[in-house]
Design a binder for this molecule. Structure first.
Ligand SMILES: Cc1cc2nc3c(=O)[nH]c(=O)nc-3n(C[C@H](O)[C@H](O)[C@H](O)COP(=O)(O)OP(=O)(O)OC[C@H]3O[C@@H](n4cnc5c(N)ncnc54)[C@H](O)[C@@H]3O)c2cc1C
Length: 466
């Protein structure tokens, strides 16, 4: 297993907990496991520094949390109602499918009368009849007007990828909308139908998101303990530079470049971001390597702040707010962790924890500021947005260089080509955020598929050996 983020550890778990567990070694480049899941304490309060929730609408992440013994600590947000910071106040987010409105009349407060009117007239345009992938932001701007892309898709969907809404693949980012747009009479009709389906599916009491008491990063510690108990070897500070084939299977080159160590394996799962995957597969699967080299990544930072609860403005309600890039603020989103997660409020005592995200694709210059500057800028934005006047008690800045892969137009076809090329090597598989979903649940799903592929190969080898 190459990579000890959630994808690599989930793939290791799928293999190790299966009926014929192979001998597994996880090779992780950094001294720390978890990749984009990481935790720390701020003023004695546990905080997530990277991912902080999982999608509960699909089963993979929640099932894994339960499987590794965190069932009792599985929690759901106390509130998920976020607002949009536009102009001088936080406004309610109208109903949308990942930022694409479902009801024109409901967009007036966020878009203004004229832009909302354009949304209402969208069904008068020729039918979308989509066959090929498009950039969601451009497609929606052409049909509903640029304000929808700038003020809704940018914060709601662009925020997930820290990317530019104009460039993101509709087919990869919102596949159910892409599918509907083949036959739907209009974009508005498609989103309205999807919302209705969503409402029917979301039976009351079935939460969309889940977390873990103390932070979702605890999933990594629990996985490590479980895997170690099952005899999985985990090697930290073990960067894999090259994977090649030899008579006995695969050979992985790790260790210091002047004195490389070679690890022999019957099968390999590559669960690292696209650029290291591209490098290590360059000789073995050049076609996949070339495709992976083109996947861009956005860098961002999470600024975590602690303030006194007594100073928290009463008007700042809900779980936080998102900020459209066109508003020109430093922060792109703020989550009131103490309001969203009951466990955070309890652990905080008289302190409240807030998370602000900063930086987007093409905004790397923002991250060149010092930690102190970023924390001060985030606090200043919060002062303007919600009237938080009191000084912050503590702060932590976590930089995520190359944090999120960008799904450009044609991403899914690219992933098909990568998987086809990798598939020609028996016992080799790839998984992770670079492929079919950046969220933890999607990563766990991709890990499960990679594990199945590799296990099938190992079973075949075992049969041949008999
Ligand atoms: C700030 C932030 C917030 C997020 N919030 C959420 C959220 O709330 N909910 C959600 O569902 N998703 C969230 N995401 C997305 C999600 O966390 C990630 O997409 C996911 O964790 C990626 O997991 P991964 O294992 O595929 O990759 P990674 O986490 O990148 O792990 C890959 C691992 O491979 C290692 N590696 C790299 N190169 C090599 C090499 N050559 N040899 C060996 N090892 C190597 C790395 O050190 C790393 O540990 C967030 C992402 C970020 C950046």
């Amino acid at each position: 297993m190459v990579g000890g983020g959630i994808s690599g550890l989930a793939a290791a778990y799928a293999l190790a907990s299966g009926p014929n567990p192979p001998r597994i070694t996880v090779l992780e480049a950094s001294p720390r496991l978890g990749g984009k899941l990481a935790g720390a304490e701020l003023e004695g309060i546990p905080v997530d520094l990277g991912a902080e929730s999982v999608l509960a609408r699909r089963p993979e992440a929640v099932d894994l949390i339960r499987a590794v013994g965190l069932d009792d600590d599985l929690v759901h947000p106390a509130t998920t109602s976020a607002g949009l910071w536009i102009g001088d106040r936080i406004r309610a987010i109208p109903p949308t499918v990942m930022g694409v409105p479902t009801d024109a009349a409901a967009t007036v407060d966020v878009l203004g009368e004229e832009a909302a009117e354009q949304v209402a007239h969208e069904p008068e345009l020729p039918e979308p009849a989509l066959t090929d992938d498009v950039a969601i932001g451009r497609f929606v701007a052409d049909r509903m007007g640029p304000a929808v892309t700038n003020r809704l898709i940018d914060p709601l969907l662009g925020g997930v990828y820290a990317g530019r809404a104009e460039e993101i693949s509709l087919a990869a980012a919102v596949p159910e909308l892409f599918a509907k747009l083949r036959t739907a009479p209009s974009l508005l009709a498609a989103t309205a139908e999807l919302r209705e389906i969503g409402q029917r599916r979301n039976t009351p009491g079935t939460p969309v998101f889940a977390g873990i008491r103390g932070g979702v990063n605890r999933l990594i510690t629990a996985l490590e303990e479980d895997l170690t108990r099952r005899g999985v070897e985990i090697r930290r500070s073990a960067t894999v530079r090259r994977i090649s084939r030899n008579h006995a299977g695969y050979e992985l080159e790790t260790g210091p470049a002047p004195a490389p160590q070679l690890v022999q394996a019957d099968a390999v799962i590559v669960a690292v971001p696209a650029s290291p995957a591209s490098r290590m597969l360059a000789e073995l699967v050049p076609a996949a390597s070339t495709e992976l080299a083109t996947v861009e990544y956005a860098s961002m930072a999470i600024v975590t702040l602690a303030v006194r609860k007594k100073d928290w403005p009463a008007a700042a309600t809900g779980s936080g707010f998102l900020v459209p890039s066109v508003e020109g603020r430093t922060i792109k989103a703020s989550t009131y962790s103490h309001a969203k997660w009951q466990w955070s409020a309890e652990a905080g005592g008289d302190l409240a924890v807030l998370r602000c995200s900063v930086g987007r694709l093409g905004e790397e210059y923002v991250l060149q500021r010092s930690d102190e500057e970023l924390a001060a800028l985030a606090a200043a934005d919060l002062r303007t947005a919600v009237g938080l006047e009191a000084p912050v008690v503590g702060s932590l800045v976590t930089r995520w260089g190359g944090g999120l892969p960008q799904y450009a137009v044609g991403h899914l076809e690219r992933v098909d080509r990568v998987e086809a090329a990798v598939g020609e090597q028996a016992g080799l598989a790839v998984c992770g955020a670079a492929y079919r979903g950046v969220g933890i649940a999607a990563c766990v799903a991709s890990a499960g598929k990679a594990a199945t592929r590799v296990q099938t190969h190992l079973d075949a080898l075992a049969t041949m050996a008999k």
